[in-house]
Design a protein around this ligand. Structure first.
Ligand code: UT7
Length: 336
């Protein structure tokens, strides 16, 4: 039995910065509302034609993570790719990463757990490493939201929140089982699946052929929908529960946390959790102000920035937690 540890981290965001004022030129919104309700000041949007896709951003982040892990692409035994915004309906981006990075014909798994996708991804990777099956697993979270959002006033409750970007981690075998990923906890509650969802096109309620037949310019079924207040209320409860679940499992308490890196859903959610666990500002890493909510990419981007700024050191207890569409939620307790 082994543990897995994060040996390399990387992120990539597109250059194009979109401020709240930029959005207010497209829809009825304003900087004060967005900052007050979400904490977001700006986000990144891919510019059409620049060549960035969910996969290419993931590849850029992965290259940095691989280099920092001090391994070669040929050392990667498995790929896990978490996204809700894949390049293609199928195949998923995992195989595109295998191709674009020129990795051997290792397995490539696509994870569909939205904001919790990265935690689900590292949980899968961790199990493969713990069992001894693999030594190095590449886990990517990447999203290209901007070209799938309703940028009119109708969509403002969703479209001001989300941004584009990618983060990646290499998980490697660790023989010292007191170090690395101590535990992960995953949950779902499909009862609320439609409260944060993109229904069409799909093979359930709105088929591609339905959309084509209707040819309705006011069709909003292919834009994401979010019941914001309901999601918010569930998020604060589930974030708290799943962090405590992880701490309890390891006989730890909130006092043991050196750094909490929450999924960047809303600054108010992070602040609520911070207060609940009695953490100082320096113990919670937030960058939603710069990037908005990048869904599966938000934790690996934030963790990379935290690591780059010297906030993650050997021996630290680092807690990751996420909640989002599904509903799904999860946590990871890591001894760095
Ligand atoms: O990452 C996955 C998990 N996601 C989350 O956890 C997100 C959870 N939810 C939220 O973060 C918040 O609910 C939002 C930021 C989405 C919305 O904030 P809110 O405080 O819940 O606002 P609201 O939806 O209740 O809307 C309040 C008002 C409404 O107007 P009326 O009905 O009071 O006249 C909205 O129409 O704000 C209006 N509004 C806006 N106004 C300006 C909604 N979006 C905007 C906007 N700009 N962009």
């Amino acid at each position: 039995m082994y543990n897995s540890k994060i040996t390399g981290l990387g992120y990539y965001v597109p250059d194009n910065v979109v401020s709240n004022d930029d959005l207010s030129k497209l829809m009825e919104t304003n900087d004060a509302w967005i900052q007050e309700r979400t904490g977001i000041k700006e986000r990144r949007h891919v510019v059409k034609g620049d060549g960035d896709t969910t996969t290419t951003m993931g590849v850029k982040a992965a290259k940095i993570a691989i280099e920092r892990a001090g391994i070669d692409k040929d050392d990667i035994d498995f790929i896990v790719f978490a996204t809700l915004s894949p390049d293609y309906y199928f195949p998923g981006p995992g195989v595109l990463v295998q191709r674009d990075l020129g990795i051997k014909t290792v397995g490539a798994l696509d994870v569909r757990n939205q904001c919790s996708g990265f935690i689900y991804g590292i949980s899968v990777a961790d199990q493969y490493i713990k069992s001894g099956m693999y030594k190095n697993v590449l886990v990517i979270g990447s999203e290209l939201h901007s070209h799938g959002l309703d940028m009119s006033t109708r969509g403002r409750g969703v479209s001001v929140i989300f941004g584009d970007g990618a983060g990646a981690a290499i998980l490697s075998r660790e023989e010292d089982t007191t170090k690395g990923i101590l535990s992960t906890h995953l949950h779902s509650e499909g009862q609320h699946a439609e409260e944060l969802s993109l229904i069409a096109p799909g093979m359930g309620k709105r088929w591609v052929t339905d959309i084509m037949e209707d040819n309705d310019p006011n069709d909003e079924s292919y834009f994401p929908y979010m019941n914001g207040q309901f999601v918010f209320k569930n998020a604060v409860v589930r974030f708290s529960e799943v962090i405590m679940e992880g701490l309890n499992q390891n006989e730890l308490t909130p006092d043991d946390i050196n750094l909490l890196v929450p999924h960047q859903a809303n600054l108010r959610i992070s602040q609520f959790i911070q207060r609940k666990f009695g953490l100082e500002d320096s113990q919670v890493f937030n960058n939603i102000m710069k990037y908005g909510n990048t869904t599966a990419a938000s934790i690996p981007i934030a963790l990379t920035e935290a690591w780059e700024s010297g906030k993650v050191n050997s021996g630290d207890l680092v807690v990751l937690a996420a909640f989002g569409s599904g509903f799904t939620w999860g946590s990871a307790i890591i001894k760095w």
